[in-house]
Design a protein around this ligand. Structure first.
Ligand SMILES: Nc1ncnc2c1ncn2[C@@H]1O[C@H](COP(=O)(O)OP(=O)(O)OP(=O)(O)O)[C@@H](O)[C@H]1O
Length: 715
């Protein structure tokens, strides 16, 4: 039987696709081939420029030895070579291994044009190739604002362009090879075997067949399996709402709100990149600043900024930033800090009530007070019971009265002279204990002569209030996870900003300190009143079952309205055990199994406290892919990070295990609700919860598995 033309033409790697899907892949492969050929041609020309450089060098040598008669000819040729070089020099070219991440085809009048969106601009008009930087306003506007098939009208330089979006595709190119194409709801991907499949078929193949993917009781959904095409570049995925926030005018402060995983960090960092692109003279890299509360998020933000063009990322944690600001303000590094502020004293020192009282306090000094005077003043306030009572009262029940005594006692210890001073005449050897430690280490006296980390922003605030700040000012500032940034910190950050170009991103449901005062108050402290506000509505990180559970965990403090999850996903699994030992053994087996099956996956065991993390990590210590990641020390490599809630804010993992959802770890209290909510919303694909002992009341509504079935074994 004779084959018709279409059947005969099917290449084996496209055989599993429908006719439309095949056409899609063939079209995108043609676009890629054209871009790569044009890039290769340009590179050849630039290589010739290398020849020109050596020719210029030779001509210089000739000029040194040339006779006066020959000299004009040599100079003339040097001039010619230089002119040719100037003409050929272009900006950095796109990387041929991944030259762009999206393709847009527009029809305007009778003319059809293809644009590829990438991180550099490269145009070869003769070849019809236009790779355009995503930050370039006119084309980006078309790509992010319109869907395939829609009519558009957008201002282009000097004209208004109107037409139809013929094609809008997101592509993944890995090592120069097209591996994924999405057009609207349709996605096709190239598997590890080189064959193209539709995305649904791809998932089933990776996870062992339809119906078994992401099944309850099995850890892993195939997200980290070998041979799976990479996910699209996040810059290609920005939704219209996110793009409007990214494109918001540079000089108006912007407040970005949204639930966990709705893209707040993504938007804030893309906005920074776009602002810097639009006006590089006003916003050079050295005058951009990103400040976040935690080390883990600082590391992540630096990684996210790399593809946006920032090799040396301007990211700092609040702690590092305030140390630097301290040095600028007082001309000296901060004094010795006490690492373990009693919790209630720490809460009081970060509380909005204290900020408000200090802000309103009349002060008579005309000039900026010295550091020692400010330290004395602060010390006096923190041992003044009357003053502290006013603060606690102003906190309206948010601070217990016991905070007063705890603060007074702790400050007294800090104000005492250090034992080094008292023991000045004593032989140094006798100032050590038997185990070689300083005589007051691990004793209450260790606080003597120290400040708390929480004191630095207060001192900076008091200093700024009375005489400005030192150091260079930023041209644009991003503050992420702003719900955990105190008003003192925001005030001082604001004073270090040259204008009003700032993005504040946060989610009040994720506050883990007592410092959150409300967004209007935060903006006022920062000096960013009148900010435009955008509330991102879609939860992208977590699939629906996790987003719904996270909402239920917040209970009475959840925002109104259920979360809008971007996609469906594996159900959340809960396993109950009589003891911690049983639970740990089970988890360790499941993790070992996962690492074998999905070596490219990232997983996190998010414990309520560091000592639980240390215990679980000991059971996995023989695996190089299992890392204890406390204090934000994440490497973002595949494998499993065993960590605690305090370290994971702002981060995400393919799979998350909460190993200790007990009533003791997560009681029915607002703080526990927020902490468990932060833990579960780190999961991008699947969430497991184990309960060793009495279950947390926050899991109400999430039924344990039927007793008869019991937890599955890890292997
Ligand atoms: N439009 C989008 N389409 C698909 N994925 C997106 C989109 N926007 C963001 N994401 C992805 O969602 C995840 C969460 O984004 P991001 O970290 O910016 O959210 P967030 O709101 O800052 O989260 P958190 O509140 O937990 O800090 C990231 O993996 C990001 O790449």
């Amino acid at each position: 039987m004779a084959l018709n033309r279409t059947e005969r033409a099917v290449a084996p790697d496209l055989a599993e696709l429908s006719v439309e899907e095949r056409a899609l892949v063939e079209e995108e492969e043609a676009v890629l081939a054209a871009v790569q050929a044009a890039l290769e041609a340009r590179r050849t020309t630039l290589r010739a420029e290398g020849d020109l450089v050596s020719r210029l060098r030779d001509l210089r040598d000739e000029a040194l030895e040339a006779t006066p008669k020959d000299l004009p000819t040599v100079f003339q040729e040097m001039g010619l070579v230089r002119a040719v070089m100037e003409r050929k020099r272009g900006d950095a070219l796109p990387d041929p291994a991944a030259p762009y991440f999206a393709h847009l085809r527009v029809r305007e009048g009778g003319e059809v044009r293809d644009y590829c969106l990438g991180r550099h601009t490269f145009v070869d008009r003769a070849a019809g190739v236009r790779v355009v930087d995503w930050r370039f306003a006119p084309v980006a506007g078309l790509f992010y604002r319109y869907r395939e098939g829609e009519e558009f009208e957008e201002p282009f330089p000097g004209r208004v362009s109107a037409g139809v979006v013929d094609a809008r595709r997101i592509v993944v190119i890995e090592r120069g090879v097209l591996t994924r194409v999405s057009a609207g709801a349709r996605t096709v991907a190239r598997g590890g075997d080189g064959r193209w499949r539709s995305a649904a078929a791809e998932t089933a193949a990776l996870a062992g067949g339809e119906g078994t993917a992401a099944r309850e009781g099995a850890l892993g959904t195939g997200a980290g399996a070998r041979g799976r095409a990479a996910a699209p570049d996040i810059t290609a995925l920005l939704d219209p709402e996110q793009f409007e926030a990214v494109a918001a005018p540079a000089d108006r402060p912007l407040l970005v709100l949204g639930s966990a995983g709705s893209g707040k960090t993504t938007v804030a960092l893309h906005r920074l990149a776009r602002i810097a692109f639009d006006d590089p003279r006003r916003f050079p890299p050295g005058r951009l600043q990103v400040v976040v509360p935690e080390v883990g998020l600082a590391r992540l933000a630096a990684r996210l900024l790399e593809p946006l063009g920032f090799d040396k990322a301007p990211v700092r944690t609040l702690d590092t930033w305030s140390r630097g600001a301290f040095q600028s303000a007082f001309g000296a590094p901060p004094p010795r800090l006490f690492g373990d502020t009693p919790p209630l004293a720490a809460r009081l020192k970060r509380h909005p009530a204290l900020f408000e009282i200090l802000r309103r306090r009349p002060h008579v000094a005309r000039e900026r007070p010295s550091l020692s005077r400010l330290r004395r003043e602060l010390g006096d306030l923190f041992v003044d019971r009357g003053f502290l009572e006013t603060v606690v009262k102003a906190a309206g029940g948010d601070l217990p009265t016991t905070a007063i005594e705890e603060t007074v006692r702790h400050t007294r210890l800090q104000l005492a002279p250090p034992s080094d001073d008292l023991l000045a005449g004593v032989d140094p050897d006798r100032r050590e204990t038997l185990d070689g430690k300083a005589i007051d280490e691990d004793t209450p006296e260790a606080a003597a002569g120290t400040l708390d980390p929480e004191d630095l922003p207060i001192l900076l605030f008091l200093s700024a209030l009375r005489g400005g700040v030192g150091g260079r000012r930023s041209a644009h500032l991003v503050v992420d996870e702003a719900e955990d940034v105190s008003l003192f910190e925001l005030y001082v950050l604001g004073k270090h900003l040259a204008g009003r170009s700032v993005t504040l991103a946060g989610d009040e449901s994720q506050q883990t300190f007592s410092s959150y005062a409300g967004w209007p108050e935060a903006l006022a402290a920062l000096g960013a009143e009148g900010a435009a506000t955008v509330r991102l509505e879609t939860t992208y990180r977590c699939p629906r079952p996790i987003a719904e559970l996270a909402h239920a965990i917040l209970g009475p403090i959840a925002p109104a309205g259920p979360p809008r999850a971007g996609r469906d996903g594996a159900p959340v699994s809960r396993f109950d055990f009589p003891t911690e030992a049983h639970a740990h053994l089970f988890l360790v087996g499941a993790i070992r199994d996962l690492l074998e099956r999905e070596p490219r996956a990232s997983a996190a065991v998010v414990c309520h406290a560091p000592d639980v993390a240390r215990g679980i990590h000991r059971l996995l210590a023989d695996l190089p892919e299992a890392r204890l990641a406390l204090d934000g020390k994440f490497t973002f490599r595949p494998g499993v990070d065993v960590t605690d809630v305090a370290s994971v804010k702002g981060l995400e993992f393919d799979y998350v295990i909460v190993p200790d959802a007990t009533a003791r770890a997560y009681p029915d209290a607002e703080e526990a609700r927020r902490r468990l909510h932060v833990a579960v919303t780190r999961a991008a694909h699947q969430l497991w919860i184990t309960v060793p002992g009495a279950p947390s009341p926050l899991l109400r509504g999430m039924l344990p598995p039927p007793a008869s079935s019991g937890p599955p074994t890890g292997r």
